[in-house]
Design a protein around this ligand. Structure first.
Ligand SMILES: [Zn+2]
Length: 234
């Protein structure tokens, strides 16, 4: 029992390598058995158009997205480090605590973004008592929330027909955070906060200007406002 517990702790510390530096064997991933109608269609290869699937069906299995697009993911820094020297450094995990008679019970949460860098993006939140399951849950939720982003070029000093920016000026909101996304000419880059940069990069947008108002250091609201704005492009 004690042995097993020690093993598990070692797993948490370094999932890829054992203590002796050897690569440990990854557990075989189970084959996907689809449960929903659209899941079966995708597995059989009868449905290949991601836009059609997103538009016509409600996605309840994250594997559908895995099969349709090449998923890339990123974690947003929603938390801060604890402990010495004041803490407060930006971290991917948001650590919160519940007080009980036995002591404090920590909970970890994280916010991940998935996308194919070609007009599809999704964001999901997940929390658990440990960090790896929190990440898995958030990834799963992010895949279920994938939507299509309408891209285009509408900047006043760029008249190409490529999908490098957005077709119009949009505004998004979450909590007190308000964000305005403005089309930009080619070569501008992403003129926006770091966390939203991750979202737009995964969505496949290369050039943008932005403005933000409110308590935008609340990263969760900042990211949600960005997603809200992207959804309004439709
Ligand atoms: Zn352009």
């Amino acid at each position: 029992m004690a042995e097993e517990r020690r093993d598990r702790r070692r797993d948490n510390r370094n999932p890829r390598e054992s203590r002796y530096g050897r690569k440990r064997e990854e557990p075989e991933p189970k084959p996907w058995v689809p449960k929903t109608k659209i899941g079966k269609l995708v597995k059989e290869g009868k449905e290949k158009d991601i836009d059609k699937v997103i538009k016509e069906y409600k996605i309840l299995e994250p594997e559908i997205i895995d099969n349709l697009i090449e998923v890339k993911s990123d974690l947003l820094s929603i938390g801060q480090s604890k402990g010495k020297f004041g803490g407060g450094k930006r971290r991917v995990w948001r650590q919160t605590q519940r007080k009980t008679a036995e002591g404090n019970v920590p909970t970890f949460a994280c916010l991940s973004v998935v996308g194919d860098e070609n007009g599809h993006v999704g964001m999901g939140y997940g929390k658990a008592k440990e960090t790896p399951p929190a990440r898995e849950k958030s990834l799963r939720n992010a895949k279920l929330n994938v939507f299509a982003v309408k891209r285009g070029c509408a900047s006043f000093d760029c008249s190409c027909n490529e999908f490098h920016s957005i077709p119009m000026k949009v505004e998004g909101k979450c909590g007190s955070v308000r964000i305005i996304l403005i089309p930009a000419p080619q070569g501008t880059g992403l003129v926006i906060g770091d966390e939203c940069k991750k979202i737009l990069r995964l969505a496949g947008i290369k050039d943008i200007y932005s403005k933000r108002f409110g308590q935008s250091r609340t990263t969760i609201n900042y990211a949600k406002a960005c997603i809200d704005a992207l959804k309004k492009l439709k």
